[in-house]
Design a binder for this molecule. Structure first.
Ligand code: MD3
Ligand code: FE
Length: 217
């Protein structure tokens, strides 16, 4: 069998790769439902627009964010937290679409985490130059639950370190449709995203969207 002539990317076929103990990369796992995900995203962003939040240190983030689900991750001068309401509107975050929930549960199961029931989905929007510096995700109640991430749109270089900030990060190119499950020993590994390059994606234009599913409470 040869690749389909119209598969312009070489990685449309799903595959599975272990990045570290507990971290599993499922290439192209979200591709079959890409259009449903994007339609649901537009709906969410209409109700809870992307915004550049401010860190406790007073810096505006280059990544624009919104959330869906019962809990949304927010940051401002007073700190990082999960909040049931969007601070911009005072209203609850949009509900988590069933397609999001199902995708996260199926990916987690593939990664060895049966019964993952996320209550939070942080949605990150990267435009050219946007980046995320090395950090750990520690605002959740229970680190036994994995985090599931879904990359859409333009590719990005993901930086994957270790338990110590000084551990030299490995670089992975995450592309449209790639899903990663981060659990077990890798759950608290430092990670980040290199500045996004410019480009044009056929479905999402000049941006990268990352969904991260978490169990906050
Ligand atoms: C590895 N987002 O929102 S997702 C974040 O692409 C975040 O937008 C990045 O880091 C992005 O906090 C990376 C991948 C990810 C998420 C959580 C992790 C990797 C992780 C937790 C532990 C280890
Ligand atoms: Fe993170």
């Amino acid at each position: 069998m040869t690749a389909d002539l119209f598969d312009s990317s070489s990685d449309v076929r799903p595959s599975r790769e272990t990045m570290a103990e507990g971290a599993v990369l499922l290439r192209a796992f979200a591709r079959p439902i890409e259009r449903d995900l994007i339609a649901a995203l537009r709906d969410i962003a209409a109700q809870a627009p992307f915004r550049h939040m401010v860190t406790p240190g007073g810096h505006q983030m280059s990544v624009a964010m919104t959330n869906c689900g019962n809990a949304g991750w927010v940051t401002d001068r007073s700190g990082y937290r999960y909040d049931a309401a969007d601070p911009e509107s005072g209203k609850p975050w949009p509900a988590m679409p069933s397609a999001f929930r199902a995708l996260a549960g199926q990916a987690a199961a593939q990664g060895g985490f049966e019964g993952f029931a996320p209550d939070a989905c942080l949605i990150n929007r990267y435009q050219a130059g946007a980046r995320m510096s090395l950090h750990q995700d520690k605002d959740e109640r229970d680190f036994e639950n994995p985090i599931v991430s879904v990359s859409l749109g333009l590719p990005a270089i993901f930086l994957f370190g270790g338990l110590k900030r000084a551990d030299k990060p490995r670089r992975y190119r995450l592309e449209h449709g790639d899903v990663v499950v981060w659990g077990g020993p890798s759950r608290l590994f430092f990670h980040g995203v290199a500045p996004l390059g410019d480009g044009e994606h056929n479905l999402l234009g000049r941006q990268r969207i990352n969904l991260t599913f978490r169990k906050a409470h």
